[in-house]
Design a protein around this ligand. Sequence first.
Ligand SMILES: [Cu+2]
Length: 65
Amino acid sequence: MLTLQIPTISCGHCARAITEAVHELDPDARVEVDIDHKKAAIDSRAATADILARLDEEGFTATEV
Ligand SMILES: [Cu+2]
């Protein structure tokens, strides 16, 4: 389980965009976005570096916590 802090999360649209971006890498990934705390919990076989790079492209620069 990967837990990310993503400061640019602000609304449900962000949550959906993050979920879709991760699913492009791994359709079976489980993604839970906590909008209030600007965090995402991701359970995926995709490499962490790939997830971070993909989210960065979408404007969601993330750091592991
Ligand atoms: Cu948003």
